[in-house]
Design a protein around this ligand. Structure first.
Ligand code: BGC
Length: 253
């Protein structure tokens, strides 16, 4: 199918029409600035603008940087607090006059990575970790997503892990890659102890610099590799998620 995937982030809202069979973009990736403050109404207006600029008509799916369960936003670690408990799917569907499906941003990026990126053909337990403003995680077992498997907020040294080793923590604390790598390795060791994945796939901004901290990564048994779909994963995965939701909706009818 040819569907619009939208990636809602803290600084940019990005979208493109995607061929869900091949994972290829059919239009150029369009990026609009996330409005500040990023309240629900302001974000909805920006998505509307994006859809109009792309000239798309039809159902849409968005990746959103929070826990989204049954179409409702349930956390607001890195988004405006006014998003808490907003029925985001219903609200965006009404604003845009079409079906809008929404899922966690790491989950949708993970879907793309497992289909078209470093995770294709990988079985067993795979945890995708997106290293950006926050730490996003998406868990797959034999290629199947376990949604909202949030592992970015576990405690490390008594604090939220994403304040210890996200990309924004690295920038804020001006950490050298080596020091960031040591911190990130502590994080992965802890996750390995808790859930024993077979493979970690690192996505998000910092994954492009994997070779700069790769040497610091030393786990018991899990493999660690960088993502391949990089900054398009959110858009491609959202379009694929949209296709799944359309199929589910049809089945329910
Ligand atoms: C949020 C997650 C999100 C991640 C990446 C975290 O702060 O809690 O839901 O996936 O940031 O955006």
């Amino acid at each position: 199918m040819e569907l619009l995937g939208v990636d809602i982030g803290g600084s940019g809202i990005k979208g493109a029409i995607v061929d869900t069979k091949t994972g290829k973009l059919l239009t150029e990736r369009l990026r609009l600035k996330t409005p500040q403050p990023s309240t629900p109404q302001a974000v909805a207006a920006t998505i509307k603008d994006l859809v109009q600029q792309i000239g798309y008509k039809g159902p849409i799916a968005c990746g959103f940087p929070a826990r989204v369960i049954n179409g409702v936003v349930l956390t607001a670690a890195n988004v405006d607090k006014s998003w808490m408990r907003v029925p985001i799917e219903q609200m965006l569907s009404e604003e845009l006059g079409t079906d809008v499906f929404v899922a966690n941003d790491a989950d949708v990026a993970g879907i793309a990575e497992m289909c078209f990126g470093a995770g294709r053909n990988e079985r067993g337990k795979v945890l995708i970790v997106t290293i950006g403003t926050g730490l996003g995680t998406a868990m797959f077992y034999n290629g199947e997503l376990l949604p909202n498997f949030e592992m970015g907020h576990i405690l490390l040294h008594g604090d939220d892990a994403e304040r210890y080793c996200s990309d924004s923590a690295r920038e804020k604390l001006d950490l050298k890659w080596k020091d960031f790598g040591k911190r990130f390795n502590e994080y992965l060791c802890r996750i390995e102890f808790l859930i024993q994945p077979d493979l970690f796939i690192l996505g998000g901004g910092a994954s492009k610099k994997f070779e700069k901290f790769q040497e610091q990564i030393n786990l018991e048994q899990a493999r660690v590799i960088p993502a391949e779909t990089l900054n398009l994963a959110g858009i491609i995965g959202a379009a694929m998620y949209c296709e799944r939701c359309i199929a589910e909706k049809k089945q329910k009818k």
